[in-house]
Design a binder for this molecule. Structure first.
Ligand SMILES: NC(=O)C1=CN([C@@H]2O[C@H](COP(=O)(O)OP(=O)(O)OC[C@H]3O[C@@H](n4cnc5c(N)ncnc54)[C@H](O)[C@@H]3O)[C@@H](O)[C@H]2O)C=CC1
Ligand SMILES: O=C(O)CCC(=O)C(=O)O
Length: 387
């Protein structure tokens, strides 16, 4: 029996996918699997029972990926599962930026006791007038699951769309409307576009990329949308840009003391993926991936270990080894089994950056001695007997 713990509320539709070999525990230290959304895990003590963390969502900046990798804990996310929910809110964000819908609704609220509200409306409404999206130039930084969907729908709305992503995947490129203009560098987006939306992960290389220097290259009156992570922008610089009239509006999905209530900011309480559909999709994918890993040792959609899938084990035993991506490891693993006369029937080795994962199917189940020999090999982080 495997135990899982939910660090955030996870959609019931997803949790119902767990088969009878899995049960929910209220004790995080007992769990082999943790399901999480945005809860911060960096300061959490990770128990030795923990084998997998599944993020029901895309961004994994709340999870200590390297620390997990060194402990042989596989971290999964659910690529694309909430992209449509975010795309729809980005379109709403663009509309909230170009038309003062929020200001207008607030005015109606304040005038609700005015018996002449209909007449007052016709006088006041010019204060909330705006512009249209059609024919405006939209720049998208990051053409992944969300960026591609935003690009395609913006094209349908009559916008001129520019996309920038130096690492665009083949899959994303296939899905992107061919009418989207390919920006060769991010400066082209800054210099050309009336509205800029950012859809990149928060990494050391992207942190603070929307800063004073970037803003200075943008067109006067630019609109910025940030549905990715607040730390991608230096928001003090953004507020300065708003004060100077350089930035017309900043729409963000990440409230913090800098932007909440600030002039020129439209701040949404992290609702991008908060739709029934996105929550269900993410939870279903997270649960499926976690079950496959805990039962079979197969890794699909991990962010800290390589994909490695050998299906269901039909042999007497399966051992999974987490190790450094260095020379001679497989020879040493094979020797441990060979010395005990155990025949390896199948194996797979995959690497991702500095770490690697090796799955070995064997004709006879591995005993404790072989496991401790494998564990003693320099560069091995963890050995797991899957079967
Ligand atoms: N507001 C919300 O509720 C949500 C926010 N997010 C955030 O949005 C981000 C993007 O999500 P997805 O599109 O699903 O991820 P994704 O992984 O499908 O796409 C990210 C894209 O960014 C590109 N990229 C990386 N560094 C770049 C750079 N320096 N310049 C240009 N492109 C770069 C990658 O090549 C990739 O194509 C997530 O990492 C997460 O932080 C995701 C889902 C919900
Ligand atoms: O679970 C959520 O609502 C957050 C979604 C998100 O930010 C992500 O998937 O990166």
């Amino acid at each position: 029996m495997f135990q899982y713990y939910c660090l955030n509320p996870i959609s019931q539709i997803g949790l119902e996918k767990f088969t009878e070999e899995f049960e929910n525990t209220q004790d995080v230290n007992q769990a082999q699997g943790i399901l999480v959304r945005s809860a911060a895990m960096h300061d959490m003590e990770l128990s030795n029972n923990l084998l997998a963390v599944a993020r029901a969502g895309a961004g994994v900046n709340n999870i200590p990926l390297d620390k997990c990798a060194e402990k042989g804990i596989v971290v999964f996310n659910t690529p694309g599962a909430n992209a449509n929910g975010v795309k729809e809110l980005v379109i709403a964000g663009m509309l909230l930026a170009v038309r003062d819908i929020v200001g207008g609704i607030n005015w109606v609220e304040s005038a609700k006791d005015n018996a002449d509200i209909a007449k007052a409306t016709e006088k006041e409404k010019k204060r909330f007038a705006g512009t249209e999206l059609t024919d405006k130039k939209l720049g998208i930084i990051g053409l992944g699951a969300i960026g591609v969907k935003v690009a395609n729908v913006a094209k349908h709305m009559g916008m001129e769309v520019y996309g920038y992503d130096p690492y665009v995947s083949v899959d994303a490129a296939w899905n992107l409307s061919r009418d989207v203009k390919h920006a060769l560098n991010v400066e082209e987006i800054y210099e050309t576009c009336d509205i800029i939306t950012i859809h990149v992960p928060l990494l050391d290389s992207t942190r603070g990329m929307i800063n004073k220097e970037a803003i200075s290259k943008m067109k006067d009156g630019v609109i910025l949308l940030n549905f990715a992570r607040d730390l991608l922008a230096n928001e003090e610089d953004v507020l300065e840009g708003i004060k100077e009239g350089k930035i017309r509006r900043y729409v963000t999905d990440f409230p913090n003391p800098t932007t909440a209530g600030a002039e020129g900011c439209v701040v949404i309480p992290h609702l991008g993926a908060s739709t029934e559909e996105s929550e269900d999709n993410c939870a279903k994918m997270a649960v499926k991936q976690m079950m496959n890993y805990l039962k079979n040792g197969n890794i699909i959609n991990s962010v800290n270990y390589p994909n490695c899938d050998m299906g269901i084990c039909s042999q007497a035993g399966r051992v999974a080894i987490f190790h450094k991506n260095i020379a001679n490891m497989i020879t040493k693993f094979a020797a441990c089994f060979g010395d005990e006369g155990i025949n390896i029937t199948d194996m797979m080795n995959k690497s991702k950056g500095e770490v690697a994962y090796t799955m070995i199917d064997i004709e006879t189940a591995a005993d404790a001695e072989i496991i401790s020999k494998l564990q003693a090999i320099k560069g091995v982080f963890r050995v797991r007997v899957v079967k």
